[in-house]
Design a protein around this ligand. Sequence first.
Ligand code: ATP
Ligand code: MG
Length: 410
Amino acid sequence: MRLSKTFIKTLRDAPKDETAVNGALLTRAGYVHKEIAGVYDYLPLGMKVIENIKEIIRDELNKIGCEEVNMAALQNPEPWEKTGRFSDQEVDIWFKTELASGGELGLAPTHEEPITELMKSYIHSYKDLPVYVYQFQTKFRNELRAKSGILRGREFLMKDLYSFSASEEGLDTFYVEVEQAYRRIFDRLGIGDCTYETFASGGIFSKYSHEFQTVLPIGEDTIYYNADKSVVLNKEVFNDEVLEDLGAANEKFETTSAAEVGNIFKLKFKYSEPLGLKYIDESNEQRTVYMGCYGIGVSRLMGVIAEKFADKKGLVWPETVAPFKYYLVGIGERGAKKAEMVYTANESNILFDDRDKRPGEKFADAELMGIPYRIVISDKTLKNNQAEVTVRATGETRMINLDELEQEVL
Ligand code: ATP
Ligand code: MG
């Protein structure tokens, strides 16, 4: 991308009401634009980060046999009425709207009911199972407080996966596969070492659910962890009974704030029972389908990663999610010409700062935007047929030969 050709600009100041670091930096660096609290637009750089996160998730889920769908955001109240969840007393974050022709609609806060209803058209026999489907979809939640930048949106992007199994063992086995896939996803996103699988409250059919919590000062959750971090619990289940249950009654726990980036839940019959999702087994008996649901907060992850790695100068993206790997600056007539050649060798990898601006301004923007490597080609570096490469995360600088550089960016 050529900076001279894009409409995005870095801003000196963030909006006054943007108190969270992630929201302020992402706005200033031209990744997002705030509509109102909890509602953001994603600009070209922000879109690239979101797409990179999605691609990692998609890759790991496809590897364990999941299929991607995209469900409607406008929802029929009927299945929700069958589970009792259309009521504002039961679910207090609904956005609802009305059809011009009469009748109410909901704006998707999540998709358990519609996906269960949908599967009634496709699951009839044990031969139709298991089914694992996921989507990346915009959710709407009328959150009371939305002051954490893109960490808590009123409109946000979620990856939600639903599993449909014939047996409890089938559900349990897949649940473990998702746990492992989630570990790989958070590793690839660069937050594996600060993201913990955490015991959280379950539901009617399972004692616990699990959350994936990333340690972060701005995080809204409180987690407790033992000395070797082998037992981690959400505050909501941190009590003597649960500690006993987990064989950790005599251990010492410490506490920290964290942001929930994902969760996994054995639903069993919670939705399949009231909505009547059944199948015929090998001996011609009718049985209820075992379900699980598995979420990841895609837009929240972008905020968590931004917030986690940011420094005084701006954003610092891990290479796997960065919108571009290189930020390229040419200085002087020959430098600019050479930079142009390097850029055309691999445009998709490079954010080319070809604007008519002082090098100092360009360097500041490179830092604010958090692009992993800054490459500077100047008349001076060209004297030795070299370019200067600076690592955003560490500030380390090294000289690299141009042919080596061309090899690298290709
Ligand atoms: P939270 O406890 O943060 O309110 P939740 O338990 O309601 O989230 P789910 O409904 O299971 O979460 O959603 C799945 C994932 O979507 C969460 O793990 C989180 O990462 C993300 N998420 C939930 N609510 C929001 C929100 N308002 N804005 C951005 N991401 C969210
Ligand atoms: Mg939660």
